[in-house]
Ligand binder design. Structure first.
Ligand SMILES: O=C(CO)COP(=O)(O)O
Ligand SMILES: [Zn+2]
Length: 219
């Protein structure tokens, strides 16, 4: 790829990260300075800076890292860049990753008695298609590098995980795919909480199989 088109791709992704951050803020999915967003480049990866409001990102200040973890450009990255790194290492077809403290998925992450293999059940086709199984990662303090190792165990076979008492991390083939998946995850968490006192019909194996065949579901 020529230098000009590499630069164009990088600038486009910087703008896209800022636009997605603004959208999450407007949707109430990015309170305070919580959450972080990354995108893969040919010569490294872009990562949102630490202590930045996702609603007010300056595209030029977004951190650019090489694969040895060196900061090439922009402000110091999130203290959780290793969450992202775990997914990039384990899922080479990943193009973008998003971590949020969105209200409903963060609420689910605080529940006792979650099914560790998937914190949310298959209640809608789009959850099965866009997210799939959502394993629980035990609680670690934000920024604890041990979180990265805990994610590594699941990232090969899952595109999304839920950090206990914290929130979701979602990887997608593109940043747009990660965005659609984490919005679907948040919506499913909301439905799940709304339905907790109700007798819920989840999708059955045959219905999940049908989705798998029609759309390549992740369940
Ligand atoms: O989500 C966050 C911590 O869990 C945000 O941390 P950073 O400000 O370092 O990105
Ligand atoms: Zn967080």
């Amino acid at each position: 790829m020529s230098h000009i088109s590499t630069t164009t791709t990088e600038n486009r992704l910087r703008e896209e990260i800022a636009e997605i951050g603004r959208a999450f803020r407007l949707l109430g999915m990015a309170p305070g300075t919580s959450g972080n967003i990354s995108a893969k480049l040919d010569d490294g990866w872009l990562m949102t800076p630490t202590n930045a409001s996702l609603g007010a990102l300056d595209p030029a200040a977004i951190s650019k890292l090489d694969w040895d973890g060196n900061l090439l450009d922009g402000e110091p990255p999130t203290k959780e860049s290793f969450l992202h790194r775990a997914f990039y290492d384990q899922r080479p077809d990943t193009g973008g990753i998003i971590h949020l403290h969105a209200t409903h998925s963060a609420a689910v992450s605080c529940l006792n008695g979650l099914d560790e293999r998937s914190c949310l059940p298959p209640i809608t086709p789009y959850f099965v298609m866009r997210v799939g199984r959502l394993p629980l990662i035990p609680y670690y303090r934000p920024g604890d590098p041990a979180l990265g190792d805990a994610i590594r165990e699941h990232a090969k076979s899952h595109g999304a995980v839920l950090l206990a008492n914290h929130g979701p991390v979602v990887a997608g083939k593109t940043l747009e795919a990660a965005r659609n998946a984490i919005e679907e995850l948040e919506e499913t968490a909301k439905l799940y909480l709304l339905l907790r006192q109700h007798d819920v019909r989840t999708l059955g194996e045959a219905e999940i199989d049908e989705l798998r065949q029609a759309f390549g579901a992740h369940w």
